[in-house]
Design a protein around this ligand. Structure first.
Ligand SMILES: Nc1nc2c(ncn2[C@@H]2O[C@H](COP(=O)(O)OP(=O)(O)OP(=O)(O)O)[C@@H](O)[C@H]2O)c(=O)[nH]1
Ligand SMILES: [Mg+2]
Length: 319
């Protein structure tokens, strides 16, 4: 097992090893997570989501620089990235990339969806816990908002930024209704493109149609050009003002409790599945059922009910 003190003291090699264990669903990860849990809960967690290619990684790269200027330690989890964070590599801007890479107060990891039983959301949440315990002030999770392994970023982050771009295709129409509801900050990136003002107008319209309760956060639209950093300073400030807003009237505590509840439910679901399957796979009834399917094609629906004993599948539909 990893030495939890190395995680708490912020050792990046140990942090990276731990995230690999989480990715691999290594059983020892669970014990480490338990041990570091009391050291977590201090970070501000930002989710950045949006269709592939809208510029999330480039934006995050610029945001890192902005938050570093405010002397924040920054941790990044990129979930299932198709392109790397640190525009550096893409831009050929080596200086910029090296600045972040050499900065001991910045930690960037990506996570892939390979072999994830409990889903990538659970793995991302586990990884956030690690970065939190490592002492990062701000943790940013990048997820692609359109894809099969979609991560429920609103179920993990305190503040959700949704990135869109002007024009058709990957534009505003691409925001799914469910995602629109969860956005706290709407980032209109690539505003060097034509139609930025029209897109901003449209976004504001959509936001104004969301049902708002009194005292709730009013979503903000921020126009950016991640490539040259235009608007990124303002974007950082908007996230920080959302954080200040959450810190009033117990809002952050309430949100954290909701996130913990969802985490707990996910953990229980995973454990029920794991333990039930482990128990079943060694049971006689299960082995017999497998043979029956192989031998004479008994209907799998009745067999599933049989192996589960008294529990019939229709029970799952009862209130
Ligand atoms: N014109 C323009 N291009 C940009 C801007 N921001 C990012 N890009 C470019 O858009 C492309 C995609 O950027 P990424 O940062 O990789 O986008 P992403 O959303 O992280 O993409 P995935 O991780 O693949 O979902 C790159 O070629 C960037 O250089 C911008 O403000 N204006
Ligand atoms: Mg990316």
């Amino acid at each position: 097992m990893l030495d939890i003190n190395d995680i708490i003291s912020g050792d990046q090699n140990t942090g990276a090893r731990m995230i690999r264990l989480i990715e691999d669903r290594d059983p020892s990860a669970h014990e480490v997570l338990k041990a570091i849990y009391p050291h977590s809960g201090r970070a501000f967690i930002i989710g950045i989501t949006g269709s592939p290619g809208v510029g999330k990684s480039t934006l995050i790269d610029a945001l890192i620089a902005e938050f570093r200027r405010l002397d924040k330690k920054i941790g990044i989890i990129a979930v299932d990235p198709s392109s790397p964070i640190s525009g550096g590599a893409i831009l050929g801007d080596r200086l910029r990339m090296q600045r972040h890479a050499a900065d001991p107060n910045v930690f960037i990891r990506s996570m892939a969806s390979r072999g994830q039983k409990g889903g990538l959301s659970r793995a991302a949440k586990d990884a956030v816990l690690v970065l939190d315990a490592m002492g990062y002030h701000i943790i940013i999770i990048e997820t692609a908002g359109a894809g099969q392994t979609e991560v429920d970023v609103a179920g993990i982050a305190h503040s959700v930024g949704i990135v869109t771009i002007p024009g058709t295709g990957d534009g505003i129409q691409a925001i799914k209704a469910g995602i629109l509801e969860t956005g706290d900050v709407f980032i209109l990136n690539k505003c060097d493109r034509p139609d930025a003002d029209a897109a901003e107008f449209e976004l504001n319209m959509m936001i104004s149609m969301r049902p708002a309760s009194p005292g709730s956060w009013k979503a903000v639209v921020v126009k950016t050009r991640a490539l040259d950093g235009t608007g990124v300073k303002e974007l950082a400030q908007v996230f920080l003002s959302h954080y200040a807003f959450l810190n009033q009237e117990g809002r952050l505590e309430k949100k954290k409790k909701e996130i913990e509840l969802r985490y707990f439910q996910g953990l229980v679901t995973d454990l029920v599945l794991e333990k039930t399957m482990a128990a079943l796979e060694t049971s006689k009834a299960y082995r017999e059922a497998l043979q029956k399917i192989e031998l004479n094609g008994t209907d799998p629906l009745s067999l599933a009910e049989t192996v589960m004993g008294g529990i019939t599948i229709s029970n799952f539909n009862s209130p």
